[in-house]
Design a binder for this molecule. Sequence first.
Ligand code: R5P
Length: 294
Amino acid sequence: MPEADVNKEEKKYYENIPMKSECFFLKGSNSLDWGMKNRLARIFNSDTGRTVMLAIDHGYFQGPTTGLERVDLNIVPLVKHADALMLTRGILRTTISPAFTTPIVMRASGGPSILKELSNEEIAVDIEDAIRMNVSALAIQVFIGGEFETRSVHNMTKLVNMGLRYGIPVLAVTAVGKDMVRDAKYFRLACRICAELGAHVVKTYYVPEDFETITASCPVPIVMAGGKKLPVLDALTMAYNAIQQGASGVDMGRNIFQSEDSIAMIKAVNNVVHKNLKPAEAFELYKTILNKKK
Ligand code: R5P
């Protein structure tokens, strides 16, 4: 037992130094509870306020996507280079070692396959299971303008309610139907609806015109989705432009894991996101890493 601690003279109270009350570093997140902020701070680097999230959840509606046929062989070596990993609980439990400490953003919606109407989704993970798997955030698709728009929005609001109960943030993914025009007007609408209805982070596509109006009018952090595979320099340019125009990071899949050298690509993207490396320099970095292996 320690002795009773009674000697006030020996204590240091620093009465003249007021305790600091600091703002949380992420946009729109200051009023969240401690657990929620702590999970967001695992995903977003607190020095840059940004993240490089690796998305490998594509199998939840399209099966063994090119590059994801063997997650154990193709993706596991990449994981340590990502700030966060977005995936399904099936791949997490079967293929990712619990010894990995990379934060997990778990896909929490599903239902239709690519053979059916994709907006007809339901919540596909219990909050208790998300807690068991120690996830840092839950991700859900929102189909603004889609056939099952209202259902997808309600899925998101239900997930936000569950997440708030346990301090787990929700990433809303703006899913674009085949008939939608991918422009700033559409993404301003979709992102703002997600944030207004409680999403803590929104994932959206880059558009070359007025992307900064999407980030400016969304009161929570936006991460840029990668989309289909582009030439390396184009993908790096897109990531650079999105970051310079207000995105708080990227959540990229195919442009990383379908690259000729996915480790070189994620390193190049990391430098664009966290160090503001220009696209041409990042491309040089990519080529240097690639050529060293040849
Ligand atoms: C798709 O619905 C998933 O959320 C993917 O994670 C997302 O599209 C990002 O992957 P990619 O960069 O390949 O588009």
